[in-house]
Design a protein around this ligand. Structure first.
Ligand SMILES: [Zn+2]
Length: 285
């Protein structure tokens, strides 16, 4: 039994993220295009190490790059949902969100013949309807929330939070495999600018991977079968200096004896009752 899991996830946003940002002039478009340049590099890097990954693919990307999606599938990786054109679902009403979900499922089915079991919200935010919609579709997991660092948990419906207190709603079958902005390459590394917001990015990839390694070491010391889920974007991580740091990081953490698993695999274990990420029992006095 592995003493911890690492889920490598890649959000293959390609042009969809620029569609969502309304930045469709030539250079933003080309930044999305670079994502497709980076995907084969990442696939080769993973294949050389025999590592599985989960690829969250918007419908827009699946329709633009069906061959790459089939290659991802044929190498045994998981493909999961990531909106159609990278919509912030928290800003959609229920009918619009259901339509986007239907359209994104259809696009993955057409491009790669896959039936996704998981979803990651493009803006890492869910509407009040998302959990019900994902359950209604029979999906196994979401990977957008941040309520734990190492332990998958059940998504709830009906949380009530106001200035007085928080009252939790009912748990549902949908498993949450949690994420964090600290475990996402984009805010660390990518420079983004728009009239309303600048994300400085351009940080030191080695420092980012060093922090991720410390998160992993803490997980292995403190928890039983914890899960560390990291998020990378091909158009961010796909530059030479970052890929070399990624390779070094993967080789270092492989030495800890962790098991690399897809998010779908981990969600399946959690749904089956596995207690992942529990604190280790204190040693007897
Ligand atoms: Zn994305």
């Amino acid at each position: 039994m592995p003493h911890g899991y690492v889920c490598l996830t890649f959000d293959f946003d390609a042009l969809s993220v620029w569609v969502d940002r309304g930045q469709l002039s030539a250079t933003p478009r080309s930044r999305g295009e670079f994502g497709a340049v980076a995907v084969p590099r990442l696939l080769d890097l993973l294949s050389r190490r025999g590592l599985p990954a989960t690829w969250f693919v918007p419908g827009h990307t699946a329709r633009t790059y069906p061959d790459l999606c089939r290659r991802i599938r044929d190498l045994g990786h998981e493909i999961a949902l990531h909106g159609y054109a990278h919509e912030n679902v928290a800003a959609l009403d229920e009918d619009a969100e259901r339509a986007v979900l239907d359209r994104s499922v259809e696009a993955l089915r057409e491009a790669a013949g896959v039936e996704p079991v998981g979803f990651r919200a493009p803006a890492w935010d869910l509407s009040e309807n998302t959990v019900a919609l994902l359950n209604e579709r029979g999906l196994r997991y979401d990977s957008s929330l941040m309520g734990h660092d190492y332990a998958p948990y059940r998504c709830r419906i009906g949380d009530r939070v106001d200035a007085e207190s928080a009252r939790w709603g009912e748990e549902t079958p949908l498993v949450e495999v949690p994420v964090s902005w600290t475990l996402d390459d984009l805010p660390h590394l990518e420079f983004l600018s728009s009239p309303t917001r600048t994300l400085p990015g351009l940080g030191d990839a080695e420092r980012m991977f060093g922090d991720w390694e410390l998160d992993l070491r803490y997980m292995l010391r403190e928890t039983e079968q914890g899960v560390l889920t990291v998020t990378c974007h091909p158009q961010v991580i796909g530059r030479g200096h970052r890929l070399l740091r990624l390779e070094e990081w993967l080789d270092r953490i492989t030495a800890y004896g962790v098991e690399f698993a897809t998010v779908g695999t981990v969600a399946g274990l959690a749904a089956g009752g596995a207690q992942l990420g529990r604190p280790k029992a204190a040693p007897a006095e």
